[in-house]
Design a protein. Structure first.
Length: 432
């Protein structure tokens, strides 16, 4: 009875530490009840799996991969991060549990001259002390990693390579542990081999941190390059806007002189007819510029409208009354600048030459919809939306910039097509 209580308690502690570790490392998507329900379900699932496996076999081999599946499902549903990072953390969490348990038990056995097989199968004071030491090491190891973690996305180019290493390590540790049951004379060499495997995994984790920092720095550098390019483009856009306003002012002067001439000649009907033409055809074009009170947004969108007018693209802007953007101005310039630049670039070479921008807030979300006419399906031939420009390193960052801003605000982005239009739908979390 005491053995059952002890083993059950140890399994509870082990699975609690591991579930807490992966949760804190990745961070939860939810708050409140959903957060705790997800945590408890993962904890109970890993605890139940461990108890069942321990009742079937004395020493896990391939069964060590079952918790990895549970952690990965939990991370996919409830935790933040990309798929590669979630898979990597699922392997790392289980590797820590398994590696620490195997290494600590073997070291203790080698020091006191105890049989590793008895450490697993015989319930005595040596096993109790060994297991407790193992769990203490596991707890502090997770705390150290949590303090030194570098939280960002795993680069998919390195993801598979990094995941293979802990996957192979689990198999290797299990095989070496099995070998100690049959040949105690080589136990010291096996411990050294296991230590080398653990060291290789530590170096892999360090490699993971380094390459992610480099990747993050590369993205920041590209964003700075793009911001510089955007500043140059904005100067050109604003110059185009100013020139168009000058042209409008010049045109209005001539239109008013024409109307005045009709009135001086007492041609009131002609004057009314001319005013009617201006009202229907000319003034809507002038009044297409918007004024929301948000300086950055107005500057970006109005400059893009000016470009659309030069390129004979019809741009419709609908902003629901009372919309409050509530995102930093620098991010707003990058977000709407990239969205509209992409739309203009695509719509320019279509027959319809049409862009629609719709913005509103609803239940704590800023909802942005951008649609532009297209000649043919974009997603069918370019699902990843890779730039077709020669300078792919610089121009390819546009979509990434949009996604980075959306992800930063815990938002969602969707690309789809309908009725010969390419559509981008964004929902960004805001504090109302």
């Amino acid at each position: 009875m005491i053995e059952i209580i002890f083993e059950t308690g140890i399994n509870l502690i082990e699975t609690l530490i591991s579930t807490d570790f992966i949760t804190k490392y990745l961070g939860t998507k939810y708050d409140g009840a959903k957060k705790y329900i997800g945590f408890c379900v993962c904890w109970f699932a890993t605890f139940a799996e461990l108890c069942i496996i321990n009742s079937i076999v004395e020493f896990e081999t391939l069964a060590v991969y079952i918790p990895i599946i549970i952690y990965f499902i939990y991370a996919g549903v409830c935790l933040k991060g990309g798929i590669w990072l979630k898979l990597w953390m699922s392997f790392l969490t289980q590797l820590m549990i398994y590696g620490i348990a195997v290494m600590s038990n073997l070291i203790i056995c080698n020091i006191i001259g105890y049989d590793p097989n008895d450490m697993i199968t015989v319930f005595d004071s040596t096993r109790i002390i060994g297991v407790i030491i193992s769990k203490i090491i596991q707890f502090y190891a997770t705390r150290i990693i949590l303090r030194t973690k570098h939280k960002n996305h795993m680069n998919s180019h390195y993801g598979l390579m990094l995941i293979i290493i802990p996957a192979v390590s689990l198999i290797s540790l299990g095989a070496l542990m099995k070998a100690t049951f049959y040949n105690s004379e080589i136990r010291l060499y096996i411990i050294i081999g296991m230590a080398c495997i653990i060291l290789a995994d530590i170096m892999t984790y360090y490699f993971f941190i380094v390459i992610n920092k480099e990747y993050e720095n590369t993205i920041k550098a590209k964003l700075l390059e793009q911001q510089n390019e955007n500043l140059k483009n904005n100067i050109d856009d604003n110059e185009a806007f100013v020139n168009e306003m000058k042209a409008v002012r010049h045109d209005i002067k001539h239109q008013l002189l024409t109307i005045l001439k009709y009135i001086d000649d007492n041609k009131l009907d002609e004057a009314k007819a001319y005013i009617g033409v201006l009202t229907n055809n000319y003034l809507p074009h002038i009044l297409s510029y918007i004024d929301t009170g948000n300086t950055v947004f107005d500057a970006v969108v109005n400059s893009k409208i000016a470009i659309c007018n030069q390129k004979h693209i019809f741009m419709e802007v609908n902003i629901k009354s009372g919309t409050d953007f509530k995102i930093p101005q620098a991010e707003m310039a990058i977000l709407f600048g990239n969205l509209l630049d992409n739309a203009i670039e695509a719509a320019e070479f279509t027959d319809e030459k049409r862009i629609a921008l719709d913005i509103r807030t609803n239940e704590g979300y800023l909802i942005i919809s951008v649609k532009n006419s297209i000649k043919s399906s974009v997603l069918h031939t370019n699902e990843e939306l890779v730039t077709s420009k020669k300078d792919k390193k610089l121009h390819g960052i546009g979509i990434k910039s949009i996604k980075n801003i959306v992800n930063k605000h815990n938002g969602m982005i969707q690309f789809y097509e309908e009725e010969n239009q390419f559509c981008c739908h964004i929902m960004i979390t805001i504090n109302e």
